[in-house]
Design a protein around this ligand. Structure first.
Ligand code: AMP
Length: 395
């Protein structure tokens, strides 16, 4: 899909309503992780450099359409001005007289942050009136919040229909990474799909089977596939009632020439706790009183081989219970292999989803991937092949 970028817009003197995601973690009134704030700086700088006035629209928490003082965006103001390197003005409302007056006061080179869009019930209902009130405040709409693009809200979707619209720098980076990975990828393409359950990833599996050449299945999900083939998985996390669906997915993969890579050996333990005594056994030899908590070394070696002969990798979900060592072994080892191949220029690697980002951070490999998306829900919906309304509205 074609979308415009900031370079395509007339920004000199323009009021640029810029939808950002600065829904950062806060403790005791202080921002504890400013990553999301730092990632929007290139967009703000681009607008300023082109002579535009950045007016930031954002949500914070889930105030459910009411003014909740603890969910005021003012809490992000200091971190924002520190990241941008200049003062940030703040308006107590995102529409109406208060917002209009703050915008009228805004001097060239200044940035304005408007209050939480979700203080208004019409935001999440995507009411046209409210979108029009937002649109009336600006000349151009710039969407830099990929992570909110799966929701059709007034500040992500409605407004884009009312103003000349474009993608911000972060959105641009995210979309081009995703497009390179699945839109028109260098082949072979491998997907790693891990995590707890098959039931939460059915759409994702269905879409990926159509698009990738190999699919590594790991984590609790793999147990469901093993059990569906008649293998006893003991006390492992397993969705026995999904056996038919797992078999159907395997058939579909075969029909579409997508090679499924399941564990050949596994790490089993009798307790789900850190440093519990564990053994490596063949994938079909889990003792009846044990649980599979990770893929084994032979599986990791097989995954490494698959990565070595792939050109593109898309990764969502850990290969084991990565939060509790030693059951992080397979995830860490496979992530290190992907990072090494990426650094050698042999693999384009894109990963995303909440647990995946956490797992890659634990293994210290996140910065070594080509692109790691922090956009949880939006990234997953994109992997599922769904149209994201915030992006569709930019077209
Ligand atoms: P998801 O949110 O579906 O990506 O699942 C991630 C969760 O799956 C993490 O909390 C992992 O600890 C968990 N997980 C992965 N493999 C296993 C396993 N073999 N047994 C139990 N939990 C697992």
């Amino acid at each position: 899909m074609a979308w415009k970028t900031l370079d395509d817009m007339a920004l000199d003197g323009a009021r640029v309503l810029t939808r950002v995601d600065i829904n950062v973690p806060v403790e005791d009134g202080k921002v504890t992780d400013a990553t999301r704030i730092e990632r929007i700086v290139p967009t703000i700088r681009s607008i300023l450099a082109a002579g535009g006035k950045p007016i930031l629209l954002a949500h914070f928490g889930r105030p459910k359409g009411k003014v909740v003082p603890e969910m005021s965006l003012e809490i992000t103001r200091d971190a924002l001005s520190k990241a941008i390197g200049s003062p940030v003005r703040f308006a107590d409302d995102c529409v109406g007289d208060v917002a209009e007056a703050a915008i009228a006061d805004l001097e060239a080179g200044e940035v304005l942050l408007l209050e939480n869009t979700r203080f208004h019930p019409c935001e999440e209902k995507n009411m046209l009136d409210f979108a029009a009130q937002l649109a009336a405040l600006g000349d151009v709409f710039c969407n830099d919040a990929f992570s909110a693009a799966h929701r059709a809200h007034a500040s992500t979707e409605g407004i884009a229909r009312l103003l000349p619209s474009c993608a911000g720098r972060l959105m641009q980076a995210e979309l081009s990474a995703l497009e390179t990975a699945l839109g028109n990828p260098a082949r072979p393409v491998t997907a790693v799909v891990g995590g707890a359950k098959v039931s939460t990833k059915l759409d994702l599996l269905g879409n990926l089977i159509d698009k990738v050449d190999r699919m590594v299945i790991g984590g609790g999900m793999a147990n469901t596939f093993l059990a569906a083939q008649g293998i006893d998985v003991g006390k492992s996390l397993c969705e026995h009632d999904l056996a038919d669906i797992a078999l159907k997915i395997m058939e579909e993969a075969k029909a579409k020439s997508c090679e499924l890579v399941l564990p050949v050996d596994v790490v089993v333990a009798r307790e789900f706790k850190a440093n519990a005594a564990s053994d490596v056994v063949a994938a079909d030899a889990c003792p009846a009183d044990a649980m599979i908590l990770d893929a084994g070394p032979a599986s990791v070696a097989r995954i490494a081989e698959v990565f070595e002969t792939s050109k593109t990798l898309v990764w969502n979900g850990p290969l084991g219970a990565f939060e509790i060592p030693p059951f992080d072994m397979a995830t860490n080892a496979a992530a290190s292999k992907a990072a090494e191949l990426t650094e050698a220029g042999k693999l384009l690697s894109v990963a995303g989803g909440g647990d995946t980002v956490a797992a890659l951070n634990v293994s210290g490999t996140a910065e070594r991937f080509t692109y790691v998306s922090t956009a949880g829900g939006a990234f997953l919906e994109w992997l599922e092949g769904k149209t994201l309304p915030g992006i569709a509205a930019l077209g």
